[in-house]
Every structure is written in C-alpha cells, then in structure tokens.
Design a binder for this molecule. Structure first.
Ligand code: HEC
Ligand code: HEC
Ligand code: HEC
Length: 154
C-alpha cells in the first residue's frame, strides 16, 4: 500500500514537472500556427537590433515621441521614409507594392496580428521611382496631423 502511494506521488510530481520548463504563451502560438515571414530588408541590418525592432518599432515611430513633428528636428534614424525605402517589396510588375497589397512589408505581420495602421493615409507606403518614399508632406499635412493627434488624445 505504502509503495503504491509512493509510486502515485512520484507520478504526480513527474506530471506536475512536465513539460520541463513552462512554455511561454508566445512559444505555444508559434508552435501551432504558421508565422508571418516578412521579406528581408535591404542591406546588412536594420536601424536597430532586429529583435528589438520586431518588438518596439511601434514606439519608435510614435508621433507623440517624435521630435520631428513638434520641433522640426529630424531624427533620421527611425524615419518612416527610411523604413519604406529599405523594406520595399516588389510586386509582379517589378515595381514596389503599396500598402494596398498584402505583400507589403508592414502588412505581412499586421494582417496576421489583425493590426491596422492608418499611417499610409498621409505617408507614402512605397519608395518613389527615384529612390526615396514619394509624396513629401507639406504645411497642410502638418495641420492635418495636428488635428489627428488631438483626436487620438481624446
Ligand atoms: C494626418 C496625416 C498623418 C498620419 C495619419 C500619420 N502621419 Fe506621420 N507625419 C505626418 C506629418 C505631416 C509629418 C511631418 C512631416 C514630415 O516630416 O514628413 C509626419 C512625420 C512622421 C514621422 C517623422 C518623419 C519621417 O518620415 O520619419 C514619422 C516617423 C511618422 N510620421 C510616423 C507615422 C506613423 C507610424 C503613422 C501611423 C501610425 C503616421 N505617421 C500617421 C502626417 C501623418
Ligand atoms: C538600411 C536598411 C533598413 C532600414 C532603414 C530599416 N530596416 Fe528594418 N530591417 C532591415 C534588414 C536588413 C532587416 C533584416 C535583418 C535580419 O534579418 O537580421 C530588417 C528587419 C526588420 C524587422 C524584422 C522583420 C522580421 O523578419 O521579423 C522589422 C520589424 C523592421 N526591420 C522594421 C523597420 C522599421 C519600422 C524601420 C524604420 C524605422 C526599418 N525597419 C528601417 C533593413 C532596414
Ligand atoms: C515582424 C512583424 C511586423 C512587421 C514587419 C511590422 N510590424 Fe508593426 N506591428 C507588429 C505587431 C505585432 C504590432 C502590434 C503590437 C501590439 O499591439 O502590441 C504592430 C504595431 C504597429 C503599430 C502600432 C499600431 C497600433 O494601433 O498601436 C505601428 C504604428 C506599426 N506597427 C508600424 C509598422 C510599420 C510602419 C511597419 C513597416 C515599416 C511595420 N509596423 C512592420 C508587427 C510588425
């Protein structure tokens, strides 16, 4: 009898210790579903560590934290124009696709994660034929942005 209880105890402990290390929710998710595979960017590396970019790009691009909009001081490192230049993905016609196309770099993950960004209402989502993101933003756009930010704060 005592032996049987001992075996049951050992089994209980073994079961409670299995799996050996508690998997993260993310790992489980990754194991079960196919993950998005964004096209590789141009050049050797991103503007910051790739893993850091995966997790933090939304904060880096935040208007509220961005000095450009308020002071005109251009912090080029996390410029959206540069993201678009390096992360352009060509469509079947050989030209870079816009955010209307599900192949667009930003959409590969966002569609998957059901994230919607409205950035491309104002910002170009592909580089201009010349190389840098087409459609430069003018004075009226800045006014539009300011009212947009006020809306966000409400
Ligand atoms: C209502 C129009 C509007 C919307 C929507 C908008 N922006 Fe902007 N954004 C502007 C304007 C105007 C500027 C300032 C002009 C400039 O520097 O190009 C700007 C500047 C920026 C800059 C600094 C300049 C650059 O090219 O890097 C970043 C970064 C940026 N926006 C990111 C975003 C992101 C991310 C979104 C979506 C979440 C977004 N914007 C949505 C109008 C907009
Ligand atoms: C000079 C070119 C360049 C610029 C500019 C650039 N990137 Fe990247 N980015 C890359 C490269 C190259 C990789 C892949 C690096 C790797 O595989 O380790 C990458 C990777 C990434 C990834 C991870 C993709 C994945 O496979 O999971 C994200 C997210 C990302 N970049 C977002 C951005 C954003 C947002 C900006 C603008 C603030 C930006 N990048 C600007 C070149 C660039
Ligand atoms: C590696 C996958 C991946 C890539 C590539 C990617 N994103 Fe994201 N992005 C995410 C995820 C996931 C979230 C949601 C994060 C959250 O809700 O905490 C997000 C959120 C955002 C947000 C905030 C949205 C909101 O409503 O809060 C912005 C802005 C954004 N991404 C911009 C971009 C831009 C611009 C690009 C292309 C240059 C891009 N992302 C490419 C994965 C990605």
């Amino acid at each position: 009898m005592a032996k049987r209880i001992f075996i049951l105890l050992v089994l209980a402990v073994a079961v409670s210790l299995w799996p050996p290390s508690e998997p993260q929710a993310g790992d489980l998710l990754l194991a079960k579903v196919t993950v998005p595979k964004p096209a590789k960017g141009k050049g050797e590396r991103c503007v910051d560590d790739t893993d850091f970019m995966r997790r933090n790009h939304m904060n880096l691009l935040d208007h509220q934290r961005d000095e450009t909009v308020h002071s005109g001081d251009r912090t080029k490192r996390y410029s959206l124009k540069r993201c678009i230049d390096c992360h352009a993905v060509n469509g079947e016609d050989g030209a870079p696709v816009t955010a209307d196309n599900p192949k667009h770099f930003c959409r590969t993950c966002h569609d998957y994660a059901a994230v919607r960004v409205d950035c491309f209402q104002c910002h170009a989502s592909r580089p201009a034929p010349g190389g840098t993101a087409e459609r430069s933003v003018g004075k009226s756009d800045v006014a539009a942005l300011q009212s947009y930010l006020r809306e966000l704060q409400q």
